[in-house]
Write a protein that binds this ligand. Structure first.
Ligand SMILES: [Zn+2]
Length: 104
């Protein structure tokens, strides 16, 4: 028997895969589409990044950019939105976007 919580998890993760397979989405867009908190979705995204689905889709991150100096957070490991630019200390930073690219 599967607990209700687990069913809920599967459903959200399944719908997340569908959304991301259709193209780039920010955390806010995913949050609005799936009615999940951004914090909740981060953990789902972390899971997607670690696990390969049967379709071999590749999880991709369009890294945030500092809107002040153009610093690119390309080497950032964490999926959470950065609060501050390490280079110029500005807090105006573009939102990261995520997608699933279909595997070969
Ligand atoms: Zn900056």
């Amino acid at each position: 028997m599967i607990a209700d919580d687990d069913m809920q998890e599967l459903t959200v993760r399944g719908r997340l895969r569908v959304l991301l397979s259709n193209g780039w989405h920010t955390l806010r867009e995913l949050s609005q589409a799936l009615h999940q908190s951004e914090k909740e979705l981060i953990s789902h995204l972390e899971h997607l990044r670690r696990s390969k689905g049967s379709d071999k889709a590749v999880f991709e991150v369009d890294a945030p950019i500092c809107l002040q100096c153009g610093f690119h957070f390309s080497t950032r490991e964490r999926l959470q939105q950065p609060g501050r630019c390490p280079q110029c200390r500005a807090t105006r930073i573009s939102k990261a976007r995520y997608r699933l690219r279909p595997g070969a």
